[in-house]
Design a protein around this ligand. Structure first.
Ligand code: GUN
Length: 283
Protein backbone atom coordinates (compact mmCIF):
# COMPACT_ATOMS: atom_id res chain seq x y z
CA UNK A 1 0.00 0.00 0.00
CA UNK A 2 1.44 3.37 -0.96
CA UNK A 3 -1.31 5.62 0.39
CA UNK A 4 -1.21 6.91 3.95
CA UNK A 5 -4.28 5.88 5.91
CA UNK A 6 -6.36 8.72 7.38
CA UNK A 7 -7.31 7.38 10.80
CA UNK A 8 -10.65 9.08 11.47
CA UNK A 9 -11.13 7.03 14.61
CA UNK A 10 -7.90 8.34 16.15
CA UNK A 11 -8.48 11.94 15.02
CA UNK A 12 -12.00 11.84 16.50
CA UNK A 13 -10.73 10.33 19.77
CA UNK A 14 -8.16 13.13 20.11
CA UNK A 15 -10.90 15.69 19.50
CA UNK A 16 -13.13 14.12 22.16
CA UNK A 17 -10.28 14.30 24.66
CA UNK A 18 -9.87 18.00 23.95
CA UNK A 19 -13.64 18.49 24.28
CA UNK A 20 -13.61 17.15 27.82
CA UNK A 21 -11.54 20.20 28.80
CA UNK A 22 -13.99 22.51 27.06
CA UNK A 23 -16.92 20.85 28.85
CA UNK A 24 -15.12 21.28 32.21
CA UNK A 25 -14.56 24.95 31.39
CA UNK A 26 -18.25 25.43 30.58
CA UNK A 27 -19.28 23.58 33.74
CA UNK A 28 -17.02 25.82 35.83
CA UNK A 29 -18.92 28.75 34.32
CA UNK A 30 -22.19 27.13 35.43
CA UNK A 31 -23.24 25.78 32.03
CA UNK A 32 -23.83 22.12 31.26
CA UNK A 33 -24.04 21.63 27.49
CA UNK A 34 -27.17 19.70 26.53
CA UNK A 35 -28.22 17.79 23.41
CA UNK A 36 -31.72 16.47 22.70
CA UNK A 37 -31.94 13.60 20.25
CA UNK A 38 -35.37 12.76 18.85
CA UNK A 39 -35.88 9.27 17.50
CA UNK A 40 -39.13 8.39 15.75
CA UNK A 41 -40.00 4.73 15.25
CA UNK A 42 -37.89 1.60 15.30
CA UNK A 43 -35.55 1.84 12.27
CA UNK A 44 -32.61 -0.37 13.38
CA UNK A 45 -29.96 1.79 11.67
CA UNK A 46 -31.39 4.96 13.22
CA UNK A 47 -31.52 3.29 16.65
CA UNK A 48 -27.89 2.29 16.35
CA UNK A 49 -26.77 5.78 15.21
CA UNK A 50 -28.67 7.43 18.05
CA UNK A 51 -27.18 5.06 20.61
CA UNK A 52 -23.70 6.05 19.40
CA UNK A 53 -24.51 9.74 19.66
CA UNK A 54 -25.76 9.38 23.24
CA UNK A 55 -22.67 7.34 24.18
CA UNK A 56 -20.37 10.01 22.69
CA UNK A 57 -22.13 12.69 24.77
CA UNK A 58 -21.61 10.63 27.91
CA UNK A 59 -17.91 10.23 27.16
CA UNK A 60 -17.21 13.96 26.94
CA UNK A 61 -19.66 15.02 29.67
CA UNK A 62 -22.40 16.57 27.52
CA UNK A 63 -25.90 16.12 28.96
CA UNK A 64 -28.08 14.23 26.51
CA UNK A 65 -31.76 13.43 26.37
CA UNK A 66 -33.26 10.79 24.12
CA UNK A 67 -36.85 11.49 23.15
CA UNK A 68 -38.50 8.44 21.61
CA UNK A 69 -41.72 8.79 19.67
CA UNK A 70 -43.79 6.02 18.04
CA UNK A 71 -43.74 5.45 14.27
CA UNK A 72 -47.38 6.60 14.23
CA UNK A 73 -46.67 10.02 15.76
CA UNK A 74 -48.35 12.90 13.91
CA UNK A 75 -46.44 15.73 12.33
CA UNK A 76 -48.09 18.17 14.74
CA UNK A 77 -47.04 16.16 17.79
CA UNK A 78 -43.45 16.13 16.59
CA UNK A 79 -43.48 19.85 15.75
CA UNK A 80 -44.93 20.60 19.22
CA UNK A 81 -42.15 18.55 20.83
CA UNK A 82 -39.53 20.51 18.88
CA UNK A 83 -41.14 23.78 19.91
CA UNK A 84 -40.81 22.77 23.59
CA UNK A 85 -37.15 21.83 23.08
CA UNK A 86 -36.52 25.18 21.36
CA UNK A 87 -37.76 26.92 24.51
CA UNK A 88 -35.69 24.94 27.03
CA UNK A 89 -32.54 26.79 28.18
CA UNK A 90 -30.73 23.60 29.24
CA UNK A 91 -30.97 22.18 25.70
CA UNK A 92 -28.41 23.76 23.36
CA UNK A 93 -28.64 21.33 20.46
CA UNK A 94 -31.58 19.47 18.89
CA UNK A 95 -31.19 16.57 16.48
CA UNK A 96 -34.12 14.78 14.89
CA UNK A 97 -32.82 11.52 13.47
CA UNK A 98 -33.70 11.06 9.78
CA UNK A 99 -35.40 9.44 7.93
CA UNK A 100 -38.86 10.16 9.34
CA UNK A 101 -42.08 8.20 8.69
CA UNK A 102 -43.95 9.20 5.54
CA UNK A 103 -46.73 11.16 7.31
CA UNK A 104 -44.13 13.70 8.47
CA UNK A 105 -42.50 16.35 6.29
CA UNK A 106 -38.75 16.33 6.96
CA UNK A 107 -38.55 19.84 5.54
CA UNK A 108 -41.09 21.17 8.06
CA UNK A 109 -39.33 19.41 10.92
CA UNK A 110 -35.91 20.77 9.96
CA UNK A 111 -37.34 24.27 9.66
CA UNK A 112 -39.05 24.00 13.06
CA UNK A 113 -35.72 23.61 14.86
CA UNK A 114 -34.33 26.93 16.06
CA UNK A 115 -31.29 27.78 13.84
CA UNK A 116 -29.32 28.45 17.07
CA UNK A 117 -29.95 24.83 18.17
CA UNK A 118 -29.61 23.24 14.72
CA UNK A 119 -26.52 21.12 15.43
CA UNK A 120 -27.14 19.09 12.25
CA UNK A 121 -26.72 22.29 10.21
CA UNK A 122 -29.68 21.34 8.01
CA UNK A 123 -31.83 24.47 8.63
CA UNK A 124 -32.05 26.79 5.58
CA UNK A 125 -30.77 29.65 7.75
CA UNK A 126 -27.56 27.75 8.48
CA UNK A 127 -27.24 26.57 4.87
CA UNK A 128 -27.72 30.17 3.69
CA UNK A 129 -25.14 31.40 6.17
CA UNK A 130 -22.71 28.77 4.88
CA UNK A 131 -23.35 29.94 1.29
CA UNK A 132 -22.37 33.45 2.27
CA UNK A 133 -19.36 32.26 4.30
CA UNK A 134 -20.74 33.41 7.65
CA UNK A 135 -20.44 31.70 11.00
CA UNK A 136 -22.96 28.84 11.09
CA UNK A 137 -23.54 25.23 12.03
CA UNK A 138 -21.99 23.12 9.30
CA UNK A 139 -23.48 19.64 8.61
CA UNK A 140 -21.43 17.08 10.53
CA UNK A 141 -20.05 14.93 7.69
CA UNK A 142 -18.68 17.80 5.56
CA UNK A 143 -17.36 19.48 8.72
CA UNK A 144 -15.68 16.20 9.71
CA UNK A 145 -14.03 15.90 6.29
CA UNK A 146 -12.52 19.37 6.68
CA UNK A 147 -11.28 18.52 10.18
CA UNK A 148 -9.64 15.38 8.84
CA UNK A 149 -7.80 17.28 6.13
CA UNK A 150 -6.65 19.81 8.73
CA UNK A 151 -5.42 17.00 10.99
CA UNK A 152 -3.22 15.55 8.22
CA UNK A 153 -2.00 19.01 7.13
CA UNK A 154 -3.55 18.89 3.68
CA UNK A 155 -4.33 22.41 2.52
CA UNK A 156 -7.45 22.84 0.41
CA UNK A 157 -6.62 26.26 -1.05
CA UNK A 158 -6.13 26.13 -4.80
CA UNK A 159 -6.69 22.37 -4.96
CA UNK A 160 -9.16 20.76 -7.31
CA UNK A 161 -11.79 19.10 -5.10
CA UNK A 162 -14.13 16.74 -6.91
CA UNK A 163 -17.25 15.79 -4.98
CA UNK A 164 -19.19 12.77 -6.19
CA UNK A 165 -22.75 12.98 -4.85
CA UNK A 166 -25.14 15.91 -4.43
CA UNK A 167 -27.15 15.03 -1.31
CA UNK A 168 -28.39 17.77 1.02
CA UNK A 169 -26.52 16.12 3.91
CA UNK A 170 -23.09 15.55 2.34
CA UNK A 171 -22.41 16.40 -1.32
CA UNK A 172 -23.90 19.87 -1.59
CA UNK A 173 -22.67 21.25 1.75
CA UNK A 174 -19.24 19.64 1.22
CA UNK A 175 -18.97 21.40 -2.15
CA UNK A 176 -19.81 24.74 -0.57
CA UNK A 177 -17.36 24.19 2.26
CA UNK A 178 -14.51 23.36 -0.14
CA UNK A 179 -15.37 26.48 -2.12
CA UNK A 180 -15.34 28.56 1.07
CA UNK A 181 -11.85 27.19 1.70
CA UNK A 182 -10.77 28.39 -1.78
CA UNK A 183 -10.68 25.05 -3.58
CA UNK A 184 -11.73 24.75 -7.20
CA UNK A 185 -14.80 22.54 -6.98
CA UNK A 186 -16.43 20.09 -9.38
CA UNK A 187 -19.68 18.39 -8.36
CA UNK A 188 -20.49 15.05 -9.99
CA UNK A 189 -23.69 13.01 -9.69
CA UNK A 190 -25.59 10.09 -11.18
CA UNK A 191 -25.97 11.83 -14.56
CA UNK A 192 -22.28 12.80 -14.89
CA UNK A 193 -20.87 11.00 -17.89
CA UNK A 194 -18.20 9.76 -17.95
CA UNK A 195 -17.59 10.13 -14.23
CA UNK A 196 -13.92 9.14 -14.46
CA UNK A 197 -13.12 12.15 -16.70
CA UNK A 198 -13.73 14.29 -13.62
CA UNK A 199 -12.54 12.06 -10.79
CA UNK A 200 -9.16 11.64 -12.54
CA UNK A 201 -8.59 15.38 -12.23
CA UNK A 202 -9.14 15.49 -8.47
CA UNK A 203 -6.41 16.48 -6.03
CA UNK A 204 -9.01 15.75 -3.36
CA UNK A 205 -11.75 13.26 -4.22
CA UNK A 206 -14.81 12.98 -1.96
CA UNK A 207 -17.13 10.08 -2.79
CA UNK A 208 -20.58 10.11 -1.18
CA UNK A 209 -22.92 8.06 -3.31
CA UNK A 210 -23.76 4.79 -1.57
CA UNK A 211 -22.53 2.32 -4.24
CA UNK A 212 -19.69 -0.03 -3.42
CA UNK A 213 -16.81 -0.29 -5.92
CA UNK A 214 -17.80 2.93 -7.69
CA UNK A 215 -14.23 4.28 -7.84
CA UNK A 216 -11.30 2.16 -9.05
CA UNK A 217 -7.57 2.86 -9.29
CA UNK A 218 -7.90 3.91 -12.95
CA UNK A 219 -10.40 6.62 -11.90
CA UNK A 220 -8.00 8.61 -9.72
CA UNK A 221 -4.95 10.82 -10.13
CA UNK A 222 -1.73 9.37 -8.62
CA UNK A 223 -1.21 10.80 -5.12
CA UNK A 224 -4.80 12.06 -4.74
CA UNK A 225 -6.42 12.42 -1.32
CA UNK A 226 -9.41 10.06 -1.37
CA UNK A 227 -12.24 10.56 1.14
CA UNK A 228 -14.76 7.73 1.13
CA UNK A 229 -18.10 8.67 2.71
CA UNK A 230 -19.90 5.53 1.52
CA UNK A 231 -21.29 2.94 3.93
CA UNK A 232 -22.45 -0.18 2.15
CA UNK A 233 -22.74 -3.86 3.03
CA UNK A 234 -20.97 -6.17 0.59
CA UNK A 235 -22.11 -9.70 -0.30
CA UNK A 236 -20.41 -11.05 2.85
CA UNK A 237 -22.22 -8.51 5.03
CA UNK A 238 -19.01 -6.54 5.60
CA UNK A 239 -19.13 -2.73 5.83
CA UNK A 240 -17.46 -1.17 2.78
CA UNK A 241 -17.26 2.29 1.24
CA UNK A 242 -17.85 3.55 -2.31
CA UNK A 243 -14.16 3.18 -3.23
CA UNK A 244 -12.49 -0.10 -4.19
CA UNK A 245 -10.07 0.32 -1.29
CA UNK A 246 -7.56 -2.47 -2.05
CA UNK A 247 -6.67 -1.10 -5.48
CA UNK A 248 -7.14 2.64 -4.89
CA UNK A 249 -4.82 2.56 -1.87
CA UNK A 250 -1.99 1.50 -4.24
CA UNK A 251 -2.27 4.77 -6.14
CA UNK A 252 -3.67 7.42 -3.75
CA UNK A 253 -1.57 9.68 -1.52
CA UNK A 254 -4.02 9.49 1.38
CA UNK A 255 -7.15 7.41 1.81
CA UNK A 256 -9.85 6.98 4.46
CA UNK A 257 -10.78 3.45 5.51
CA UNK A 258 -14.38 2.25 5.91
CA UNK A 259 -15.12 1.75 8.76
CA UNK A 260 -12.91 4.04 10.83
CA UNK A 261 -12.63 7.00 8.46
CA UNK A 262 -15.38 9.55 7.92
CA UNK A 263 -17.92 7.88 10.25
CA UNK A 264 -16.18 8.69 13.55
CA UNK A 265 -15.54 12.24 12.32
CA UNK A 266 -19.25 12.77 11.58
CA UNK A 267 -20.06 11.67 15.12
CA UNK A 268 -17.49 13.89 16.76
CA UNK A 269 -18.63 16.96 14.80
CA UNK A 270 -22.08 16.63 16.35
CA UNK A 271 -20.40 17.05 19.74
CA UNK A 272 -18.40 19.97 18.34
CA UNK A 273 -21.58 21.69 17.10
CA UNK A 274 -23.31 21.08 20.45
CA UNK A 275 -20.36 22.60 22.32
CA UNK A 276 -20.33 25.52 19.93
CA UNK A 277 -24.06 26.10 20.59
CA UNK A 278 -23.46 26.04 24.35
CA UNK A 279 -20.33 28.20 24.20
CA UNK A 280 -22.32 30.89 22.36
CA UNK A 281 -24.49 31.26 25.48
CA UNK A 282 -21.56 32.16 27.76
CA UNK A 283 -19.76 34.37 25.22
N1 GUN B 1 -29.65 10.20 9.34
C1 GUN B 1 -28.51 9.84 8.71
N2 GUN B 1 -27.54 10.76 8.90
C2 GUN B 1 -28.08 11.73 9.67
C3 GUN B 1 -27.57 12.94 10.20
O1 GUN B 1 -26.43 13.35 10.01
N3 GUN B 1 -28.45 13.67 10.96
C4 GUN B 1 -29.73 13.28 11.16
N4 GUN B 1 -30.51 14.08 11.91
N5 GUN B 1 -30.22 12.16 10.68
C5 GUN B 1 -29.40 11.39 9.94
Amino acid sequence: MTAKLIDGKAIAAAKRLNMKTRVSQLRSEGLLPGLAVVLVGENPASKSYVKGKIRDCEEVGIHSELIRLPESVSEKELLDKISLLNQRDEIHGILVQLPLPKQISEEKVIQAISPEKDVDGFHPVNLGRMMTNQDCFVPCTPAGIMEMLKAINVSVTGKHAVIVGRSHIVGKPASQLFLNHSATVTICHSKTNPLSNYTKQADILVVAVGHSDLIHAEDIKPGAVVIDVGMNRNSEGKLVGDVAFDEVCQKAGFITPVPGGVGPMTRVMLLENTLKAAEKIVK
